[in-house]
Design a protein around this ligand. Sequence first.
Ligand code: ZN
Length: 344
Amino acid sequence: MNTGAELLFLKPVLKERIWGGSRLRTEWGYESARESGLGECWAVSCNEQADSVVAEGRYQGMTLSQLWAEAPELFGAHAGERFPLLVKIIDAKEDLSIQVHPDDAYAKAHGLGMGKRECWYILDCPQDAELIVGSRAESREEFERLVRAQKWDALLNRVPVRKGDFIQIEPGTLHAITAGVELLEVQQNSDITYRMYDYVRPRQLHLTEGLEVARAPYRIKAEDVVHTDGRVNTPQLLVTTADYQVWTVCVSGALAPDMACESFLIGSVIEGSGRIDGRPVEKGMHFIVPNRYAVRRLEGEMRINLAAPMPRRKVAGGMRPAPIIYYFQDKVRVSFEIPQSSAG
Ligand code: ZN
């Protein structure tokens, strides 16, 4: 195992945003000529707007889209389709717009590629921070009425969060990141956003499309927020959907996770520093664990988040997500199946 295979470290791409801050530079060490207005780090990206470049090793200088096309063996069961995921760090100095994303079916029907399912791991936030997730409308009619009347305070559902929390945002969920929050986002590789409200900013809105794709009534409750539980040296599964699984692992000392999956993994060091299979790493580094590479040893004092795209297998009627991500705990293989509810 791991013969010839190596971790693929990628160079981040910074994106200016009018609501962005300066923490991507000052706290994450990413280089930018700009002082502020740095909203997003596209850490692992393979699309028209940013193509990650391999920073070192055998594939140094190649883009992710080149690797995707020319070295499909690195990606296992996903080869041939569009690169499935996009991983970002978002620094919201100000409130982001209230928005909603379509699902795969809507995107496909409108010639827009794939929909956008996303999730958030809270890296930092003010005390008493709240995120906007879903609406308080009791019915579809009430939802539309409140949107058209711009009654945002009555409509928006707010969920309290603190550092280390995790929230899954299904397509069609009205949502917004609020001022001061910094988070790691794992999402489908899509950028379709329908903006419903943008405070005093003059950017374009997309109310018609937004109303078409919005789920209502739909809200997330405080108990739907996943809290990281402080366990050390044992990966914690945060979510399983039809598109991805996301894990977090707090490393203290050393562990031998033997972690691999049938497609590939995207890793992000979000706190501290240490070594992965002997290679020094620190906060702000992002890498791909290619197919058939098992992470053998993690050492140091750090937290790493891992995202695994769901492998797709051909079945009668088309492609279906066919997950398996696993790790070995006390020499027992622990694997996770996709829940039926999100298998569609
Ligand atoms: Zn979003």
